[in-house]
Write a protein that binds this ligand. Structure first.
Ligand code: SAH
Length: 253
């Protein structure tokens, strides 16, 4: 059995209770060493076989899983944040399907949630944006043309960009070709939830320069949108005049 587990964004106590229990029982752990906090591995049994997937190919990961399966041993495949975002899990699941190896998935706290927490922000604010676009700049992994940053930026919605901290000049220019302006609030969050977390607020016009001054080129998210600004509208849900299924408001409906 293989358990795909979301390790959370970095802080070792941001893994789920289910993920922690699976780590504690695992015979083998294959962790994404580029981003998973090694402190999580202290949960593993002393006799657990621990492999760092940053140094492995998909084939080598699968070979290690098959070896464990042949001995009736369980594997935890530990991915950073939530496995469903930029986790390259689908190809692993497809290979396990082909081999008839059973697996399940335990979600994790994605780094974009930890970044909002670090900034004390809410992505969805009434009157500003009710959508969050999660995307990335094209790099060695291409992005379909219809999903280019500038195309998505036409919406002016709240946006969070993964895997793009190394190309902020291009990112800034692409975002400015959309509905955002030079004054649109932005932020760079480096290592959200880690002890070395840094939350840098800026505007779209100062995005690249802010990251350069702080020497941030990786392990960071870029957030952009009016949700990072000072203005917002109160929610209807908690308004005194608003009746819900749980509370009668002054509107008497
Ligand atoms: N599955 C992960 C994302 C993996 S892609 C998740 O749900 O968070 C790797 C990218 O995620 C990094 O390049 C960076 O952009 C972002 N990232 C991962 N952890 C981060 C953290 N703690 N703080 C800021 N960005 C992070």
């Amino acid at each position: 059995m293989v358990h795909f587990v979301g390790a959370g964004p970095g802080a070792p106590d941001l893994i789920t209770l289910r993920g922690a229990a699976l780590l504690e029982r695992a015979d083998q752990v294959i962790y994404a060493g580029s981003l998973v906090n090694p402190a999580l591995l202290t949960r593993c049994r002393a006799d657990c076989r621990i492999l760092n997937s940053a140094e492995m190919t998909l084939e080598q990961v699968l070979a290690a899983v098959e070896e464990a399966e042949a001995q009736g041993r369980t594997t935890v495949r530990l991915h950073t944040g939530d496995p469903s975002l930029y986790g390259a899990v689908r190809e692993q699941m497809a290979a396990l399907d082909e081999r008839g190896i059973d697996y399940d998935v335990t979600p994790g706290v994605s780094s974009f949630c930890a970044a909002a927490a670090g900034l004390r922000a809410e992505y969805t604010l009434p009157g500003l944006s009710q959508s969050l676009i999660i995307t990335r700049m094209a790099g060695r992994t291409p992005v379909p043309g219809r999903e280019s940053v500038e195309a998505l930026a036409q919406h002016g919605a709240s946006m969070v960009l993964f895997l793009s901290a190394g190309m902020l000049e291009q990112l800034q220019a692409a975002l400015l070709r959309g509905a955002y302006t030079a004054d649109t609030p932005a932020a760079i969050v480096y290592k959200a939830s880690w002890p070395e977390e840094r939350c840098l607020r800026c505007t779209l016009s100062t995005l690249a320069e802010t990251a350069r001054a702080a020497q941030i080129t990786k392990t960071a998210l870029v957030l952009v949108g009016d949700f990072l600004g000072a203005d917002f509208t109160r929610s209807r849900l908690y308004a005194p005049d608003f009746t819900t299924g749980f509370r009668k408001g002054a509107d008497g409906i």
